[in-house]
Design a protein around this ligand. Sequence first.
Ligand code: G
Ligand code: G
Ligand code: MN
Ligand code: NA
Length: 250
Amino acid sequence: RALEADIERGLEREEFELYLQPRVAARSGDVVGYEALIRWNHPERGMVSPGDFIPVAEVSGKIIALGEWVVREACRLASLCPDHLHLSLNVSPVQFRHPDFLSHLDRIVRVSGIAPQRLELEITESVLIDDDERALSILTHLKSAGFRIALDDFGTGYSSLSYLSRYPFDVIKIDRSFVAALGTEEAANSIVRTIIDLGRGLGMRVVAEGVETIEQAVHLSETGCDELQGYLLGRPLPAAEAVTEITNTL
Ligand code: G
Ligand code: G
Ligand code: MN
Ligand code: NA
């Protein structure tokens, strides 16, 4: 059976699950929010990674239903967590450009009763390349509705520095490939420093992804990075477990 046909059935049978990974303030070490990462517990194939099924869902259009499920589930999880924690979710370019994206998002969030400020939408640079004006219009609507917007995987796409000032990002996330190369590749230190200075200079929060070692965390923090995410700070946990942990430590 094709994975494509299974996605719809998987949604009906509740085979998808969000995992939550903490994001931590670099200075205080406080958890400030979580990134929601989808997983598929497939009855025959076992755990299927989003890297395998998101592209299939994008080509087949199933990403729309899947993306709406992610938003609903993220809202439900946010409502179970204390108000100061935000939830980040990944938005596929296909989902972002869909004509009903804004109206569906708005409806789901309104029904859930959570404040849009608690949701951060992570988009990648590929969203910006195709249709400048339309992307800007969607981002502006999202901002005025109160959502936070993050530019994910920064530095891996056809990065244009002009993106950063032209679009209303609250957050830029330094791609983990640069973090992994810190201390081993001379260029990585310069690139990371430049991204941090640029982002902060534009009034954005800068988040480093894929932080795995103390050395990386210290370096990033000393370079002025605002927040850290990665296995060192916490692995993605099944949402139910993460929520239990969060509410137990209150
Ligand atoms: O968690 P993991 O490293 O396996 O994620 C692999 C990729 O899948 C990452 O690029 C991540 O952004 C993406 N991803 C994870 N969850 C979601 C989701 O809910 N929606 C979309 N569109 N992409 C996701
Ligand atoms: O594209 P995006 O940044 O959304 O993808 C996030 C992915 O990175 C998730 O699949 C998550 O599982 C993975 N991830 C999170 N922390 C780490 C880490 O410290 N090291 C590595 N290699 N991957 C990580
Ligand atoms: Mn992400
Ligand atoms: Na990323």
